[in-house]
Design a protein around this ligand. Structure first.
Ligand SMILES: C[S@@+](CC[C@H](N)C(=O)[O-])C[C@H]1O[C@@H](n2cnc3c(N)ncnc32)[C@H](O)[C@@H]1O
Length: 236
């Protein structure tokens, strides 16, 4: 069942203007890195959880992989489906209630805050369990999550709640014609230790956690200095 989410009206306002944000510009490098790190090949079945307007899903499909993207925002799903390459399909679905069962070789959940937006109300375990269930045994997960240390150190205008690990930001987003809207964003933020514990509980073996930023996915060890961590894990 697909519920509603506070991000949907924000996505409705943003529409394709989402793809103007600088953090969306590194898609090819990010996919290059994942293809290499996960040894992805033509025909690999990928689930993209929180796919947004489909930028990673499209790039995987252009490389002859079979990709299904899900997102809570119908607006983003429509954008993703509108110019989808062959091999990419999309549907509106809620990451907090995934019903896939071992259909996929790989699950990705990418981009600053995607996982954290799904978990801001404390649904971490359910969201990760749904992704793990979608993988065949031995299938791989690539998940990026906001770095809690980085947020505390560098985000001056945001409010980080130490108890929940959720960051609240009041900001402005612009639609395709440039009209601004004031919005609230809540993002769950993580330490590598928390990510390892969550993965273990979901039946996933963590292979690596690296420090990354949009368009600069690398093999650097986790630190305080990158906005995201990239977790690569395997379903046990
Ligand atoms: C920061 S965007 C990232 C989108 C895309 N992965 C990318 O890299 O551009 C976060 C996405 O997560 C989606 N999202 C948030 N909560 C969700 C949920 N509960 N279920 C499915 N998608 C969700 C939002 O609609 C949004 O498209």
């Amino acid at each position: 069942m697909t519920g509603s989410h506070w991000f949907e009206p924000i996505a409705d306002h943003l529409g394709s203007a989402y793809l103007r944000y600088s953090f969306t510009k590194g898609t090819r490098q990010e996919v290059d890195h994942l293809v290499h790190a996960l040894d992805l090949r033509a025909g690999t079945r990928i689930l993209d959880v929180g796919c947004g307007p489909g930028r990673h899903a499209h790039e995987f499909a252009r490389r002859e992989m079979i990709v299904h993207g899900i997102d809570i925002s119908q607006r983003f799903v429509d954008l993703a489906a509108a110019d989808a390459p062959a091999g990419a399909t999309f549907e509106r679905a809620d990451a907090r209630a995934l019903s896939f069962d071992a259909e996929f070789d790989v699950v990705v959940c990418l981009c600053q805050g995607a996982f954290g937006m799904m978990t801001a109300n404390g649904d971490d375990e359910g969201v990760l369990a749904g992704m793990a269930r979608a993988l065949r045994p031995g299938g791989r997960l690539a998940l990026s999550a906001f770095n809690a240390y980085f947020v505390v150190k560098y985000f001056e205008d945001a409010t980080f709640d130490a108890d929940s690990g959720v960051n609240h930001e009041r900001t402005e987003v612009r639609d395709e014609s440039g009209t601004p809207a004031a919005v609230d964003l809540w993002t769950g933020c993580y330490t590598p230790r928390e990510l390892r514990l969550l993965c273990r509980r979901a039946g996933l073996r963590v292979d690596t956690i690296t420090g990354v930023e949009p368009g600069r996915y690398r093999d650097d060890p986790p630190s305080v200095e990158t906005p995201e961590y990239l977790v690569l894990a395997t379903r046990c």
